[in-house]
Design a protein around this ligand. Structure first.
Ligand code: NIG
Ligand code: FE
Length: 412
């Protein structure tokens, strides 16, 4: 099956060096072709170039006219919690009234509130609610997404969440990477017995998850009021015995050692980082761990933003992701996340787009197949209305410029 996209005003994210990720100064490079075409065969990019050089198309080729719009690689959203039961707008109002995210969690709201509601919901209903969100992000240009568990907090319901995440990958053309986050909060039944809960995660949940091959990564909420670095290491070491790499929530609420444990345990990514320090930047310089900022969360919770500018100046790669979840940021709009990275973290548009594509793909271990326009990569791309230039994307921060999304060479 051949697909040809013609009349592309701007083809962005064109990649010939096939870097696994872009770090430091490399993040400014976003290669562009003006007046271009792109050809996909059986869902894979097989050719692209200047329209003037376009080869004669085979007769059975499906031709899509981009009408002068831009074509970009789909967003690679490497951190979400889109499998959840019901929204939590009451907590949104509590926050407006002055309560902090940590205070709401302490009162038994937050993650435990979502867990209560998820226990009561059937797998099929959970799938239906979550699929709506998956379709929403596809329409907004996301083509690969990481989905975490973490609202089950018991073995049966963690498995239920991960099965739903896997089914989203089967029912849509999204590339879904799944992450087991049993250590998202201590389940209500284990209140005051945090270590017993950690032992349950290691001895019962992890083996069950691995047995059904439901997770690609394992995550821990390593932060003040949640899990300690020692408990995080215990869980990640147990995960390593099943061949599962870590991807942790660290240093959101406090300078609590999340980066250090992520580096020591060889994590794929360490995410949040609102409270990271210069010491953490030095630690990451000697690691393969992708620092991932979640600017939507800082925006929604009115918290400081991760020091992404500083990280890039120090030579680090940075990814950005949505963190789409019912509590701390109920949005998976990656274009808005790119705008926030520019406006609030002072990333250049090219840096923010790389952070949301190739570096996001790296943060979920799929950058060999996703995250840029390259021969041999999966044909995941979106088409925009005609743009004056690439900088217009984050600048027009609420304009719906994304018109069509193609996943594995098929319009979604
Ligand atoms: O990434 N920080 C921990 N977990 C999520 C929030 C989950 C929730 O509030 O439901 C986050 O922000
Ligand atoms: Fe999160």
């Amino acid at each position: 099956m051949k697909l040809a996209v013609t009349n592309i005003g701007l083809l962005a994210g064109v990649d010939s060096d096939l870097l696994a990720c872009r770090r430091g100064e490399q993040m400014r490079t976003l290669n562009l072709l003006e007046h271009a075409y792109l050809i996909a065969t059986d869902g894979v990019i097989t050719d692209f170039g200047l329209e003037a050089d376009m080869p004669a198309l085979e007769p059975d080729t499906t031709v899509v006219d981009a009408r002068g719009g831009a074509v970009l690689p789909c967003w690679c959203d490497s951190h979400t919690h889109i499998v959840y039961a019901h929204s939590r707008e009451q907590e949104f109002v509590d926050k407006i009234n002055g309560l902090s995210y940590a205070e709401i969690a302490k009162r038994g709201g937050g993650i435990l509130n979502s867990a209560d509601r998820l226990h009561e919901m059937s797998e099929d209903d959970l799938l239906e609610q979550s699929l709506t969100r998956a379709r929403e992000i596809i329409a907004k240009g996301t083509g690969a997404v990481e989905i975490k568990s973490g609202y089950g907090l018991n073995t049966a319901d963690e498995l239920k969440m991960l099965r739903v995440a896997r089914r989203i990958g089967e029912l849509t053309r999204l590339r879904v990477v799944t992450t087991f986050l049993g250590a998202h909060a201590v389940a209500r039944e284990y209140a005051g017995r945090q270590q017993d809960y950690v032992d349950l995660v290691c001895a019962e949940m992890l083996p069950a998850v691995a047995d059904e091959n439901l997770a690609d990564f394992v995550d821990v909420f390593c932060d003040e009021g949640f899990f300690t670095p020692a408990q995080t290491a215990q869980i990640l070491n147990a995960a390593a015995r099943y061949g599962l790499q870590g991807k942790i929530h660290g240093q959101e609420l406090a300078d609590s050692g999340g980066v250090q444990v992520a580096v020591e345990c060889g994590c794929r990514s360490v995410d949040h980082l609102e409270s990271m320090t210069d010491r953490d930047i030095s630690l990451l310089l000697n690691a393969d761990t992708m620092p991932t900022a979640l600017p939507g969360t800082s925006f929604f919770l009115n918290m400081p933003f991760a020091p992404a500018r500083k990280m890039i100046e120090a030579g680090l790669p940075v990814a950005i992701a949505s963190d789409y979840n019912p509590g701390s940021t109920p949005s998976g709009d990656m274009k808005f996340v790119v705008s926030l990275a520019c406006i609030k973290m002072r990333l250049q548009p090219s840096e923010a787009i790389n952070a949301a594509t190739i570096n996001g793909a790296y943060a979920m271990g799929v950058s060999d197949s996703y995250g840029s326009i390259a021969i041999g990569k999966v044909a995941n791309f979106f088409i925009t209305r005609p743009l004056p230039g690439i900088d217009f994307i984050p600048y027009a921060y609420t304009t719906p410029i994304i018109e069509r999304t193609f996943l594995a060479g098929v319009e979604a």
